[in-house]
Structure formats: structure tokens, C-alpha cells
Design a protein around this ligand. Structure first.
Ligand SMILES: Cc1cc2nc3c(=O)[nH]c(=O)nc-3n(C[C@H](O)[C@H](O)[C@H](O)COP(=O)(O)OP(=O)(O)OC[C@H]3O[C@@H](n4cnc5c(N)ncnc54)[C@H](O)[C@@H]3O)c2cc1C
Length: 358
């Protein structure tokens, strides 16, 4: 018999990381009733991420494809959430990238001669605290999302409207998939659809566990460095991001074997070595925090989304890799198009182009 006292939502979003949060906001913006469910893990990938939105990365100095469109969507979205929550967590500010070699500098000059959002650094514009024998360049359109503040503000906003619950759901036991509704008895909730935004935990999801992940663990250190005066994020083999209270964060490692959230001695040593090589005077820096999490990378490195072929009330939105802050808003729009208008997602993001779940 139908449980008439249960709270009814159109959509339950399981997982309140960057993916689930963006999706929930977009549904809420359309006037849909949505419940966000998360286990409240302080070491989730989204919570420990540095939240950098960086246009040009890698040794080949590659600009992210569709950077302009993704960045505009991200800026507009985070500014909208700031307004709704009356909190500040998105800041636009140039970043510096140091050249690792003369060849890299030449590659830059060839590739970005006519670009108007990057510029070669004059001597005086190079970070003073680090050695930069080959110079560097500034990325003028770049930003940073304070992910922890954004996720907390989102959680509070939805919680105050009865749209957030902190609980770990065991799958499939905690869901009752019925003909005309999906029930979550533990929460006394019923809904019409559930979208799984679980990050790497999706590997345990009985409906989507065949999605091939190629995840990468990452570690980050927070250091206390009273005399660090550089206010920009500096990229140079690692990134150095200033925080408040004389603190900086440095990161991040990539590790594909040991996929857990445990900080390691090897990760710490790797980051400290790179940090020491970067500086022109030796600064020790007390370690204030050492965190690790798993980036949800799907094989082929493209995010994926879709509905289950055997039950379209079960959705999947995942694989944001190392660019969750940049990509979650623009890709949540695609997921909304699919959920609310039945618009097919781009092939490169379509889950069914990647895996057969029938
Ligand atoms: C070290 C490091 C540095 C990074 N730096 C950056 C950066 O600078 N810029 C950037 O854009 N990206 C960065 N990333 C990547 C970014 O963190 C990811 O792209 C993003 O977090 C993925 O978000 P998600 O919501 O898909 O997954 P997650 O963050 O993993 O969120 C999934 C959520 O679902 C919850 N959950 C899962 N299963 C259940 C369940 N059964 N019941 C209840 N809750 C559940 C989890 O607890 C979690 O809160 C970094 C990642 C790491 C590890």
C-alpha cells in the first residue's frame, strides 16, 4: 500500500559533490522538487579539491576545448549560487604558469601569439618567491572555487528547505524500486527518479557498476608559510594556491594503483620535494593538513551521463575527473536537458556510447 505520510520529491540526487550540487541547483532553479542525499564525508574529492579553473594545462600547454563556453557557464552559475546563498566562494583572478624549459617558452610564443587572455610575464610580473629561469605567462581568465564553502552553502540552503539529508544509502537495499515510484524507507521519502552522482563510489552501484573507471588518487598539503607573499596561484610542475592566515595549499599527486582516501608518506615527500625545488630561498612550512581523495575519472577521460536502459528513472552523472569545478555547471545543463526535455546529450558525454548496461 502507498505510504501517504512519506515526503514526495520529483528527484532524489544521491551524492552532494560538485556533480550532485550543480544538478540539484539546476533542478531547483526550474522549480522541481529535489532532495540531495550525502553521507557527509569530509574527505570527498569535491571537498578537498583546490577548485582551480585553469585554462591552459599540461606540458603541451593545451587550452581546454570549449574553455570559453565552460568558463562562462561556470562563472554565471557560481555567481547565481552566491546570490541565492548570500555567501562568497568564487573568485576570478589571474594565475601564473612558469615555463619548465626554453622549448616550452617557444611553444607558448608560437601557440598563443595572438591570444588576448594570456600574456608573457615581464620580469617584474614573475612571482618573486620562486625561481623561474625560463620566465612564465599569466592566464588572465582563471578562477578559483572554494569548494568546501560552496558545498556547505549548498547543503545549508537545501537543508533549510527540507531538501537535504545526511545519510549513507546502501544500494540496492535502501531503495525500493516500485512500478509507480521509488521509495527510500529509511528517509520516509518517495520520488519519481533518482540520479546517482556518487563520484568513485559509483563503482559499487549495482545499476552502474559496469561503467569503466580509470580513477586517480590525488593528495594535497596545506602548509603554514608566513612569508609567502604571492597572491596568484602559481603552476610549475605542481600548483601553489594561497589561502588565508599565511597558509598555502600545494598539489596535487596522481596515483592510479592505491585507490583510497589515505594520505601517504610518498605523496607528502613528492609534494614537498617539488615545493622545495620551486623556491629560490628555502622555506620549510609546517604541514597543517594532508588530504587525499579519488578523482572520478571514467575510462577515456570524458565525463558521462545518461539514464539506465532498463529503467529510465535511474540516472547517472559522473566522471568529472580533475575538472569538476569547471565542468559541473555546463554538464549539469546537458543532464537537465536530458531529464526535463528528453534532449540527447552530446555523444562524447553519452554514457551509452561508453558502456552497454542492458
Ligand atoms: C587532490 C585533488 C585535487 C583536485 N583539484 C581540483 C581542482 O583544482 N579543480 C577542479 O575542478 N577539480 C579538482 N579536483 C577534481 C574534483 O574534485 C572532482 O572533479 C569532483 O570532486 C568530482 O565531483 P563528484 O561530485 O563527481 O564526486 P565526489 O566529490 O566524489 O562526490 C560524490 C559524493 O557522493 C557521496 N556518496 C557516494 N555514495 C554515497 C552513498 N551511497 N550514500 C551517500 N552518499 C554517497 C560521497 O560521499 C560524495 O560526497 C581535484 C581532485 C582531487 C582528488
Amino acid at each position: 500500500m502507498a505510504n501517504t505520510s512519506a515526503h514526495r520529491f520529483e528527484t532524489v540526487v544521491l551524492g552532494q559533490g560538485l556533480a550532485g550540487s550543480a544538478l540539484a541547483w539546476k533542478l531547483h532553479e526550474r522549480g522541481e522538487s529535489v532532495l540531495l542525499v550525502d553521507r557527509g564525508d569530509e574527505s570527498s574529492s569535491s571537498r578537498i579539491a583546490a577548485g582551480l579553473l585553469t585554462p591552459i594545462t599540461g606540458q603541451r600547454l593545451t587550452r581546454y576545448p570549449d574553455w570559453g563556453q565552460c568558463y562562462d557557464a561556470a562563472r554565471k552559475f557560481y555567481q547565481f549560487v552566491e546570490k541565492q546563498t548570500d555567501e562568497r566562494f568564487f573568485s576570478e583572478s589571474p594565475m601564473v604558469r612558469l615555463f619548465a624549459s626554453r622549448q616550452e617558452r617557444e611553444r607558448f610564443l608560437k601557440k598563443y601569439r595572438d591570444a588576448d587572455d594570456v600574456s608573457l610575464c615581464e620580469e617584474s610580473a614573475l612571482p618573486q618567491a620562486v625561481s623561474s629561469p625560463f620566465g612564465g605567462f599569466e592566464m588572465l581568465s582563471a578562477a578559483r572555487l572554494d569548494t568546501k564553502s560552496y558545498l556547505t552553502a549548498t547543503q545549508k540552503y537545501f537543508e533549510s528547505r527540507g531538501g537535504y539529508r545526511e545519510v549513507t544509502l546502501s544500494l540496492p537495499e535502501d531503495l525500493q524500486i516500485e512500478k509507480d515510484q521509488i521509495s527510500v524507507p529509511q528517509l520516509n521519502v518517495v520520488c519519481n527518479q533518482i540520479i546517482f552522482c556518487q563520484g568513485f563510489e559509483a563503482t559499487k552501484n549495482p545499476w552502474f557498476r559496469d561503467v569503466p573507471f580509470d580513477a586517480a588518487k590525488g593528495e594535497i598539503l596545506t602548509l603554514n608559510v608566513p612569508d609567502w607573499r604571492e597572491s596568484r596561484v602559481v603552476h610549475a610542475g605542481l600548483w601553489v594556491a594561497p589561502e588565508n592566515n599565511h597558509r598555502i595549499r600545494i598539489g596535487a599527486t596522481y596515483e592510479r594503483e592505491q585507490l583510497d582516501q589515505c594520505p601517504t608518506e610518498a605523496g607528502r615527500t613528492d609534494l614537498l620535494q617539488k615545493w622545495n625545488q620551486l623556491q629560490n630561498v628555502s622555506r620549510e612550512g609546517d604541514i597543517v593538513e594532508h588530504r587525499a581523495a579519488i578523482r572520478p575519472v571514467i575510462h577515456g577521460r570524458s565525463p558521462r551521463m545518461g539514464l539506465h536502459p532498463n529503467d529510465a528513472r535511474l540516472g547517472f552523472f559522473n566522471g568529472l575527473g580533475s575538472r569538476g569545478a569547471l565542468l559541473s555547471p555546463v554538464l549539469a545543463d546537458q543532464m537537465i536537458g536530458l531529464l526535463c526535455e528528453g534532449i540527447a546529450v552530446d555523444d562524447k558525454y553519452d554514457l551509452h556510447q561508453k558502456v552497454d548496461l542492458t
